[in-house]
Write a protein that binds this ligand. Structure first.
Ligand SMILES: [Zn+2]
Length: 449
């Protein structure tokens, strides 16, 4: 689970993050697991538990620099694009154009926001292309360009359809409650986030193919059921799926998705059968930890608390921006419609929220890293008694994951603090190597034995 999904701006277009993350998953880099992965971790020395062979180390360092550059540039570029839409009066021109197309205000809104998503997607395309080229170059992605563009198109289609509806709703709230709109937007943002999490399995199926895991890996299902029994979760085998990821990526993944009735387990076909089942059940134990420890609910509650203040501040900030720059941005003066509720004014609100999202990234990433660390502990404890040596299994799994994605074994600590929503593979593997609460007859944090 990536709590960064709960990034502040994402909350505004609450249904989108899932579509977006599904698109990301589809396009996300991953790397070829090598046959020696398991053994490599087992040879690890005590000072550093995550290692890469020299040739991969050089690649990982280069790729790390590329990822950081693209990540920071992408975030800043997103802000610049919104500012340019306002500063060049493009947003105002779009608004005028929609008014010429139809007299119905809600259709104008849908047209405006659909165009908005197309423009912002096209603006981000060069950086996305660079990311995919790098991923292909380093052997992580194996997805054809046709498939990659297809996924981008599906992602954009979801944004245009669902995102436009959500933004239209928020825009309408600004119109009917110009003074308290931030509060009403906040009130409906939380159930929208919940609905998005609940329906995430539907979005996943738009991008990838799934089949029952038992049809392909019966032994693994039996192992996963042991974890399910030990953790007291209620996930029957018919809720365990194999995702066909190999035509897109060499990356590894196993996760739990959905909420309540839609909760299910997914293991990628790049993972099942390619790394030892012991490591897969550890990764699965980690994911189960997110559910058992209520990280989704806690994340939603924390997001809701943060959003209350963020919406309030951004509403004030956007109003100030429009007062100060309204003429320059050609924010229309429409009778009966407050300036912030015009489409152009609404882009100013999105701009303010994007700045908040950028500034708040370290805080939200710190919370996410804390949850991930808890899940790591839980995962290691969950497989105690099911594998001969949980420490060794966890370290081996982190080495498999790190090698598959060419994670830098020595990332910059400041970059980790600012950008990483998971602790670095180095820190995770080092912790796992030394975590042994059973050593002197004790027990773990989450299990009695
Ligand atoms: Zn996790």
């Amino acid at each position: 689970m990536r709590l960064a999904r709960f990034l502040l701006l994402a909350c505004v277009v609450a249904v989108l993050p899932l579509a977006w993350s599904a698109a990301q998953t589809a396009a996300t880099p991953s790397a070829a697991p090598q046959p020696d992965q398991g053994q490599q971790a087992q040879q690890s020395s005590s000072d550093q538990a995550y290692h890469l062979p020299p040739d991969k180390l050089a690649k990982a360092r280069t790729l790390d620099r590329i990822r950081i550059t693209l990540g920071i540039t992408g975030a800043l570029w997103g802000l610049v694009v919104l500012w340019l839409l306002l500063r060049t009066q493009s947003a105002a021109a779009m608004e005028l154009w929609t008014q010429r197309c139809t007299r119905r205000r809600w259709i104008q809104g849908l047209l405006f926001f659909a165009t908005f998503f197309v423009i912002t997607t096209l603006a981000a395309l060069p950086l996305d292309l660079a990311g995919h080229i790098a991923s292909l170059h380093f052997g992580i992605s194996v997805q054809s360009w046709a498939g990659w563009f297809g996924d981008q198109g599906k992602g954009l289609g979801l944004e245009v359809v669902l995102g436009s509806l959500v933004l239209l709703l928020f825009n309408w709230i600004v119109k009917v409650s110009p003074r308290r709109f931030w509060l009403w937007c906040w009130v409906i943002a939380v159930p929208l986030m919940l609905a998005g999490t609940f329906s995430s399995p539907v979005f996943e199926r738009i991008f990838d193919k799934f089949e029952p895991l038992s049809e392909h890996h019966a032994a693994l299902v039996a192992d996963l059921e042991k974890v399910v029994a030990r953790t007291g979760t209620h996930i029957p085998p018919d809720r365990m799926y194999l995702m066909f990821a190999a035509r897109k990526t060499n990356g590894l993944n196993a996760y739990v998705s959905g909420l309540g009735a839609t909760k299910h387990i997914v293991v990628w076909d790049t993972t099942a059968g390619r790394i030892p089942d012991d490591q897969i059940i550890f990764i699965f134990g980690h994911e189960t930890g997110h559910y058992v420890l209520n990280h989704i609910v806690k994340g939603l509650v924390l997001s809701a608390i943060a959003l209350f203040f963020v919406f309030f501040i951004c509403a004030r900030f956007a109003a100030w921006l429009v007062r100060r720059n309204g003429v320059q941005w050609a924010v229309p003066d429409q009778p009966g419609i407050p300036p912030l509720a015009t489409r152009t004014g609404f882009v100013a609100i999105l701009f303010a929220l994007s700045i908040a999202g950028f500034v708040a990234a370290p805080a939200s990433n710190s919370v996410s890293r804390y949850f991930e660390h808890q899940a790591d502990i839980y995962g290691q404890e969950a497989i105690h008694g099911l594998v001969p040596d949980p420490q060794r299994t966890a370290v081996a799994a982190f080495n498999s994951l790190g090698e598959a994605y060419l994670e830098d074994p020595n990332p910059n600590p400041f970059i980790e603090f600012w950008l990483y929503d998971h602790p670095s593979t180095k820190n995770r593997a080092n912790f796992a190597a030394h975590y042994d609460p059973w050593a002197k007859g004790g027990h773990g944090e989450f299990f009695n034995k």
